[in-house]
Design a protein around this ligand. Sequence first.
Ligand code: SIN
Length: 329
Amino acid sequence: MNTNETGVERRVVVLGTGGTIAGRASAAGDNIGYTAAQVGVADLLGGIEAPAGVSLVAEQVAQVDSKDMTHAIWQALAARCAYWLAQDEVAGIAITHGTDTLEETAYVLHAVLRPGKPVVLTCAMRPATALAPDGPQNVRDAIAVAATPGAQGVTVVCAGTVHGAIDVQKVHTYRLDAFASGDAGAIGYVEQGAVRRVRPWPAGGEQASPALPDLALPWPRVEIVVSHAGASGAVIDALLSAGTTGGNAGPLRGIVLAATGNGTLHADIEAAAERAERAGVRVLRATRCLAGRILPRPDDRFRDAGGLGPMKARIALMLELMGLPAAGA
Ligand code: SIN
C-alpha cells in the first residue's frame, strides 16, 4: 500500500477498453496492419512505474477496437468510473482507449460525470508490439495527470499534451500527436511526469465522487446527416420511414445535421429536416468545420450545437432526449 505524507493511501485506477494501444501486429515494423484490442490492461502497465506515493489498480472494462464502441460500453465505463471515484483513496482514473472514437467517450464521461477528480483518457497510434510503441509513455503521462493534486474533470492525454474533453478531436490518421483542441488550445503538457498547465482544468462537479444519472439502455436513436454539395433529403426521408417501422436500432428520435460553415444547410436537406421535425424528430445543427463555433442568426430554422462537432452534438442530443443536461462548447 502506498501512502502520502498524511498517511493516506492514494490510488490511480487504470481502466482498459481496448484500442491500438492494446493492439498486436505480426511484424514489429507494421504500424497499420495490426489487430486492435488484444493486450490486457494489466499487461499494458508492465514496466510502468507509478508516481511516488501512488499505487495502481488495473481493471478491464471492455476490449474493443473503438470504431465498434457501443452505448452499453459507455454505460459500463461510466458506472465503473463513478464506483472508483467514490472511493476516498482514489486520486483519479486513467482509461486506455482507441483513438478513433476517444473524443466521443471523453465527451460522454464529461457530460454524465463532471468529476471533481481527474478522469484521463489515453491511447496510442502504434500497437503495443511496435518497434517504438507510443502507448507506454502515454499511459505513464495519463497516470501522472490522474495523480496530480488539484487536477479535475475529463481530459485526454496523447503525445505529452493534455486536452479537455469538450474541445479534443482526432485530427491526424497516422502521426503520434494525433489530437488537437482547436481554438481552445491544450490544457497543458506532461513533462518528465509533471503537468505544466496553461489553462484551467475542465469544470468538475462540486463533489469529488459524482452520482451517476440513469443511463438505462437503449439510448435514443440519433443519426448524423451530412449536408454537402449535391446533397439530397432522401437520406432523411429514408431514416424517417425506417424509424416508423422500428428497426433494430429503434425509432428515430433525433437528427444532427453536419452543416457547412456557420451552420448552413443544403436546401434539400433543410426541407427534409423540416419534415422530420413535423414528424416529432428533434433536429440540431453542428458545423462540419474543424474549428470555430456556429454563430446563431435570428432567421436560423434549427437550433445549433455551438462549438460541438457532429459526433459530440449527437451525444448531446441523445442525453437531452434522456432528460440529462448536455455539455456545451
Ligand atoms: C481504435 O480506435 O480502437 C483503433 C485505432 C487506434 O486506437 O488508433
